[in-house]
Design a protein around this ligand. Structure first.
Ligand SMILES: O=C(O)CCC(=O)C(=O)O
Length: 268
C-alpha cells in the first residue's frame, strides 16, 4: 500500500517511482519468460518491418508468470488506492527496446487513445510499469513532464508508428504545448535497476527515445481502469483494449514465485 507522502507525490507529479518493488528472483523469472515471448509469432506481438519488436500485448493470455504478475497485490492495491475503487485490466503489455533499435514513442498522453479510440468516459485509469532490465539514460528511458496531468487533455494528432497495429496510432501532442509544460514542470526520466516500478496518471505527458545502447530494455505496463468507467465504444482489437471488466482480484504476495504445475514456466 502507498503511504500519504507517496500519494501526495503522485498527485503533484502525475507519476511515482517505487524502487525495488520486485525482487531479483521475480525479475529473473519474468525475464526468462520474455525471451520466449519475443520469439512468438502472434497477432498480439507487434513488430516493425525490420523485425524489431515494439510490444507484446495481452501477455496474461499466453504466459502464466505474466498472468500471475497482474494479480500480485503489489500491482493491484496501489492502483485501487489511487483510483479509489475496483479496477479491471484494460491493457497489459511488454514494451521492448532492442539494442541499438530505432523505435521511439513521441510525446503523448495515454488517455487520448483510451478516450478517442476506446470510448473511456473519464480518466479514471492509470499505468503501473515495471522495469525488467536496468533502465539507464542510454537504453531509451521513458521521460515524464512532472505536473503535466493537471493541464487535462490537450490536442493531439494521430501519428502512425512503425510496428503499431494498423487500427491504432499514437496521439502526438503539439510541440508548443509540450514546451509550455516543460517550462513549468521540467523533465524527469525514472531510471534504476530491474524490479523498479513507476505508477503514472493517464494524462501525464511522456515520451521515449530509441535505445542507443547495446543493452535491451523491456518494461511491463499494466493499465487499470475503474470498473465504473469501463470503455463504451472500442474500435481496437480486444487484445489492445480489453472488454473483460471483471475486477482484478489480488492473490497472495508470493504468487509469482509459488510453484508452477510444470517444472519450468512456459508459454503456450
Ligand atoms: O516504453 C516506452 O518506451 C514508452 C511506452 C509508452 O509510452 C506507451 O506505451 O504509451
Amino acid at each position: 500500500m502507498l503511504d500519504a507522502s507517496q500519494i501526495a507525490q503522485f498527485e503533484r507529479d502525475g507519476f511515482l517511482v517505487i524502487p525495488s518493488l520486485f525482487s531479483p528472483e521475480e525479475v529473473a523469472l519474468l525475464r526468462s519468460e520474455v525471451s520466449h515471448i519475443m520469439e512468438l509469432e502472434r497477432p498480439e506481438i507487434f513488430r516493425a518491418d525490420n523485425g524489431e519488436v515494439r510490444a507484446a500485448l495481452a501477455v496474461h493470455r499466453y504466459s502464466e508468470p505474466f498472468h500471475r504478475l497482474m494479480h500480485t497485490p503489489r500491482l493491484v492495491r496501489p492502483t485501487e488506492q489511487l483510483l479509489g475503487g475496483e479496477v479491471y485490466c484494460s491493457q497489459y503489455k511488454i514494451v521492448s527496446k532492442q539494442p541499438m533499435g530505432a523505435l521511439d514513442f513521441p510525446w503523448h498522453q495515454d488517455f487520448a487513445n483510451w478516450h478517442d479510440l476506446d470510448g473511456m468516459p473519464e480518466c479514471r485509469a492509470l499505468n503501473i510499469s515495471v522495469f525488467l532490465d536496468e533502465v539507464t539514460e542510454w537504453n531509451g528511458p521513458v521521460t515524464f513532464i512532472p505536473g503535466s496531468h493537471k493541464r487535462g487533455r490537450v490536442d493531439s494528432a494521430a501519428k502512425l508508428l512503425p510496428g503499431l497495429a494498423k487500427e491504432t496510432s499514437l496521439a502526438e501532442m503539439d510541440l508548443q504545448v509540450i514546451a509550455e509544460m516543460v517550462a513549468k514542470g521540467g523533465l524527469f526520466s525514472p531510471k534504476g535497476p530491474a524490479g523498479t516500478a513507476v505508477l503514472f496518471h493517464g494524462l501525464t505527458a511522456h515520451a521515449s527515445t530509441p535505445n542507443i545502447s547495446p543493452w535491451t530494455r523491456h518494461i511491463i505496463y499494466l493499465t487499470s481502469n475503474r470498473t465504473d468507467n469501463a470503455i463504451r465504444k472500442p474500435t481496437r482489437a480486444e487484445y489492445i483494449s480489453h472488454r473483460d471488466f471483471t475486477p482484478l482480484a489480488a492473490g497472495s504476495d508470493d504468487l509469482l514465485t509459488a510453484p508452477y504445475p510444470a517444472a519450468k514456466p512456459s508459454v503456450s
